[in-house]
Structure formats: structure tokens, C-alpha cells
Design a protein around this ligand. Structure first.
Ligand code: FA5
Length: 334
């Protein structure tokens, strides 16, 4: 006849087997074996009906407690195995976000971005700091403060996208990087030695030499005793540093409202052909004054050129619209 001690032993054996289950499937199988119909404990339960009331009560209490222990052991083992499985899964799904992927097949920066970074390197090497300004600009910084008053014909030199904010015509997409000249003058006094790479927008039809959204690099120097010679020397030093041996620069008289005198500058390639790069000049006294700088004490020079034209010319690509290409066969070449 089954005794309470027998039930305790059966329970202890069941608990031991449950604790040894190596995984969740095994645990489910063991639990069915030790508590199911064919199990020792199951048989005890089924035989209870034949016992007298006193024995039934005594065995019943032990059986309930032991069944409780077995159930708890199964639940504990399940929790352990689930936690272990979760750890394995997390480890397998782990992503190292700091991992550096090999460059082959992983894509790369766009030619224009690469060119901007190279230009920044060259100019920081020459002692310039890099500054930035907003692409959505106000009339003052883009035009009026740069000595381009309303109705001045020079506004037509740069067809403008207007933003529907504030008074009509007050807010524009900047048409050049020159507004950052004023912003830097406002923020810091002289000496100023900065370059500003950035995106600009003009309401222009696209063709082989024009885009509506393109990139410029602006340079601004303001200090005591700055002369046109410093401007020409800086452009020459930049040409040699960026393009290398055999490239030189030239200046041609020109007109910009924010510089006086003004010039255009071109780069001469080793094969003798010229690449028109941008505009430059001595910062107009009105612009210095608008930036809060005393033009009696300080002078400065500025230049600004198109990065997209420069980038493509360097690689011999004749049509600026290729800049917008999403064809990997084109992009892969750079
Ligand atoms: C300017 O934008 C003046 N802010 C440059 C400047 C700065 C002069 C400081 C004096 C002192 P301009 O409009 O010429 O100037 O444009 C300068 C360069 O931007 C051009 O030489 C050309 O390389 C590039 N560029 C102009 N328009 C386009 C366009 N639609 N698409 C691509 N590049 C352009």
C-alpha cells in the first residue's frame, strides 16, 4: 500500500527530473511523464477512490502538497530555460552599431560631398575656420545688407526663389553663400578668416552649366591691413594646394555690389584651357559697416565659387546635370 513517504519520494524524483530538463521541449515532455495518467503520482491519485476516508485524507494532503512542489519546480525550470533562450537570441541578434564596414560594395559619399570635404581640408590647412549659415535667409542678409538694395538691377543677376513667409519678398532661399559673410561679421568681430561651404538655390532653367540647386564655397577675411594682394595670393595658394602642379589662376575685372574692386577668377589647366570658377573682391565698406565693422580700421576680401562645376570639371564630366544622376554606374566612378 502507498504511504505518504512513497509519495514524497515520487515527488522528489519528479522534481529532480524536471530540474534536469535540458530545454523547453524536454521540460514539457518530462512534465507530462511525471504528472500524466501513466505516472506514479497519477496512479496514486486514481487509486485514492478505493481508500477509506482517513487514509484518503492523509494521502490526499501529502499528494496535494507534492503536486504543488512538482508544479513549482516545473515553473521555475521553465523560467530558467526561457531566460537562457532569450540570452542566446539577444546575443545572436546583437548589432554593433560602431562597426566599420569595409568600403567595397558599401557605397560612398557623393562626389559633391567629397569635393566639399577636400576643399574644407585645403582651407583649414591654409588657416581658415569653417562656418555655416541658414539656407532659408532673409532679404537683409541675402541682398540689402550686401549692398544690393530693392529694385537694384543686380538682384536680377540671381533669380530668386521666395518663401511664403512674412512680408512678400522678405524670406528667400539663399541665392549664394555670401549672406554668411554678414552673419559671421555680426557674430564675431575681426580678425575673421573663414570659409563657408553650402547649398544655394536659384530660379534658373537647368542646362549643361546651370542647376537650380547647387553648391558654393565662400571665403571671407577681415583684418587690419588686408589688401588685394592677399586675395590674389590666397587664390593662387588654394589653386596650387587643391589642383596641384601645373595649375595657375587669373583674375579678370568684374562687378559685384558687395565687393569693390571686384573680379572673376579662373583656373588655368595644364593643357592651357581655362575654368571659370567664381567671383571675388575687396569687401565693400558698406558691407563691413552693415556687419558692425569699422571700414576705416579694417579691410577684407571675399570670394565665392561653384563647387559642382569644379567637381565635374576636375573629372572631365561636361554636363552639370550629371550631378543629379542616381545611376550607380555613374556614381561608382568617383
Ligand atoms: C556669386 O554668387 C557671388 N556671391 C560670388 C562672390 C562672393 C563674389 C564673394 C564676390 C565676393 P555668381 O553668381 O557669379 O557670384 O556665382 C559664383 C559661382 O557659382 C559661379 O562662378 C559658378 O561657378 C557658380 N554658379 C552660379 N550659378 C550656378 C548655377 N546655376 N549652377 C551651378 N553653378 C552656378
Amino acid at each position: 500500500m502507498t504511504t505518504p513517504d512513497d509519495i514524497e519520494r515520487m515527488g522528489a524524483a519528479a522534481v529532480e527530473r524536471l530540474r534536469a530538463a535540458p530545454d523547453l521541449d524536454a521540460l514539457t515532455a518530462v512534465l507530462a511523464e511525471v504528472t500524466g495518467k501513466g505516472s506514479d503520482l497519477g496512479a496514486v491519485k486514481r487509486g485514492m477512490g478505493q481508500l477509506d476516508a482517513e487514509a484518503r485524507k492523509q494521502l490526499g494532503q501529502t499528494l496535494n502538497r507534492v503536486n504543488g512542489d512538482v508544479g513549482r519546480a516545473a515553473a521555475e525550470r521553465r523560467a530558467e530555460l526561457e531566460a537562457a533562450a532569450r540570452r542566446v537570441r539577444l546575443e545572436a541578434e546583437r548589432l554593433d552599431l560602431t562597426e566599420v564596414r569595409p568600403t567595397t560594395g558599401a557605397g560612398h559619399l557623393h562626389l559633391v560631398t567629397q569635393t566639399m570635404e577636400e576643399l574644407e581640408d585645403v582651407f583649414t590647412g591654409l588657416g581658415f575656420a569653417v562656418a555655416e549659415g541658414p539656407e532659408v535667409e532673409d532679404d537683409w542678409h541675402n541682398f540689402t545688407g550686401l549692398n544690393i538694395p530693392a529694385y537694384h538691377p543686380a538682384r536680377d543677376m540671381q533669380d530668386t526663389f521666395f518663401v511664403d513667409r512674412g512680408e512678400p519678398g522678405d524670406v528667400v532661399l539663399r541665392t549664394h553663400t555670401s549672406p554668411v559673410q554678414l552673419r559671421v561679421m555680426e557674430q564675431q568681430g575681426p580678425p575673421i578668416y573663414i570659409v563657408v561651404p553650402g547649398r544655394v538655390h536659384r530660379n534658373e532653367a537647368r542646362d549643361a552649366t546651370h542647376l537650380a540647386t547647387f553648391h558654393q564655397l565662400e571665403a571671407l577675411v577681415v583684418d587690419e591691413g588686408i589688401t588685394f594682394g592677399h586675395l590674389a595670393g590666397t587664390i593662387e595658394a588654394f589653386t596650387a594646394a587643391y589642383f596641384g602642379e601645373g595649375f595657375t589662376s587669373r583674375l579678370r575685372p568684374s562687378y559685384f555690389p558687395f565687393t569693390e574692386p571686384s573680379a572673376e577668377f579662373d583656373i588655368r589647366r595644364p593643357d592651357g584651357t581655362w575654368l571659370e570658377l567664381g567671383g571675388c573682391g575687396m569687401v565693400h565698406p558698406n558691407v563691413l559697416r552693415n556687419g558692425g565693422i569699422d571700414p576705416e580700421r579694417y579691410t577684407g576680401f571675399a570670394f565665392g565659387f561653384g563647387i559642382d562645376r569644379l567637381a565635374l570639371a576636375r573629372h572631365g564630366v561636361p554636363d552639370l546635370r550629371e550631378i543629379l544622376s542616381v545611376d550607380v554606374r555613374f556614381l561608382e566612378q568617383f
